[in-house]
Design a binder for this molecule. Structure first.
Ligand SMILES: Cc1ncc(COP(=O)(O)O)c(C=O)c1O
Length: 374
């Protein structure tokens, strides 16, 4: 992958670095009612559903906009006005779901953990047992705020045992970490075209159990974010209800072909695990400390604590890396001052090694006194 100070590699939670072949798939204009586009769109949706289990049981419903639009559409469509949702929060994206359901005027309970701790499944069990009004639970698979991997399978089985319904924000994991409806009971999950599928940003989607979606007619509090209506229109006409992001879908079609050629979810996940290993080992050797222990770290994005040196300035550090062709991300934590570096997108071992080398140069340039390697 080529990179430069003008066009750095994006070591971020998204938008991400994409391959030239994916960008090239956008060099055509598609008519939204044209049969070629209708076929392409149907193929993308069928492939997305198949990534989450049996496409006869599941349906992928696309949503224009960024990933948050898909999450908000999922929450609004699946939670009935009479329902009550328990949201598991350990970062900004869980918190955003709470804000969404509050804005919808729905009834919400919160199970909150600090950002460096996973969802507490025993506390979840106790809340479900004590509160029969809770009809739904929402969880974030990888909370990108910290990079923590939440115990999705345990949460899902606990929710199912209590006869409640699960909605998953799988935005930063879908396509790289398995979420299979045949093993993990859920009603719907939300993800996006960018992130681990390595398409371009501009479109989210929700993968739902057909039976669960069929029970949601007129529940959504917003016309545009109504997944029942979006799916019904698409089933009847093959078309999106409103202007589709045609170029984004064409790019996603190409990105899905490359995902499959890489070995699907297993192959993509393996590359990201290797990226994450190279990053964490290299940064630790330079004296940086990760926020999370390895057992809690998802191979998606890594949070590093800021060096305890008055000479460190995030802006100077960012600029030094940017000059060397890498864009990183500021921290989003309340528990510790930090910065983040991503492992996802069209990056492999050589790019991750080059990123670590650039960090080493930035440390030297800034004259930082790093502690001895762990
Ligand atoms: C877990 C998670 N949920 C939701 C979102 C929101 O996605 P977007 O910024 O595309 O709206 C993100 C974005 O990084 C995310 O990581």
């Amino acid at each position: 992958m080529r990179y430069s100070a003008e066009e750095p590699l994006l070591l971020t939670p998204g938008p991400l670095t994409t391959r030239a072949s994916v960008k090239a798939a956008m060099l055509r204009d598609w008519g939204s009612r044209d049969s070629a586009f209708i076929d392409l769109n149907a193929d993308v949706l069928r492939q997305l559903a198949a990534l989450a289990g049996d496409p006869d049981e599941l349906v992928a419903v696309p949503m224009q906009g960024s990933g948050s639009f898909a999450v908000e559409a999922m929450l609004g469509t699946f939670l009935p006005p009479t329902g009550r949702i328990l949201v598991c929060v350990n970062g900004a994206y869980g918190d955003r779901m709470v804000q969404m359901v509050r804005r919808h005027g729905r009834n919400v309970a919160v199970l909150e953990q600090p950002e460096n701790q996973p969802n507490d499944v025993q506390a979840l069990e106790r809340m479900l047992a004590a509160d029969p009004a809770i009809s739904h639970v929402a969880v974030v698979h990888c909370e990108t705020t910290s990079g923590i991997l939440n115990p999705l399978a345990d949460v899902a089985h606990s929710v199912a045992r209590h006869g409640r319904r699960l909605l998953i924000d799988a935005m930063s994991t879908f396509g790289a970490l398995p979420v299979d409806a045949r093993q993990i009971p859920f009603d719907a999950l939300a993800a996006s075209s960018n992130k681990c599928l390595e398409g371009v940003p501009g479109m989210g989607f929700v993968i739902a159990r057909r039976a669960a979606l069929a029970a949601t007619e007129t529940q959504a509090p917003a016309l545009c974010l109504d997944l029942f209506a979006q799916e019904a229109a698409m089933r009847m006409t093959g078309q999106w209800r409103f202007t589709p992001p045609t170029h984004v879908i064409a790019a996603l079609h190409q990105a899905l072909a490359e995902h499959s050629a890489e070995g699907g979810v297993a192959g993509r996940g393996e590359r990201y695990r290797q990226n994450c290993r190279i990053l964490v080992e290299g940064m630790r050797a330079l004296g940086f400390e990760t926020l999370l222990p390895d057992a809690l770290q998802a191979p998606i994005i890594v949070t590093f604590k800021l060096p305890n040196d008055p000479a460190f300035s995030f802006d100077r550090f960012y600029e030094a890396l940017r000059q060397r062709g890498f864009a990183i991300y500021p921290g989003k934590l309340t528990v510790a001052p930090s910065f983040r570096m991503g492992c996802i997108g069209a990056l492999g071992a050589s790019e991750m090694k080059a990123a670590v080398a650039a960090v080493g140069e930035a440390v030297a340039e800034m004259g930082l006194a790093m502690p001895a390697a762990a």
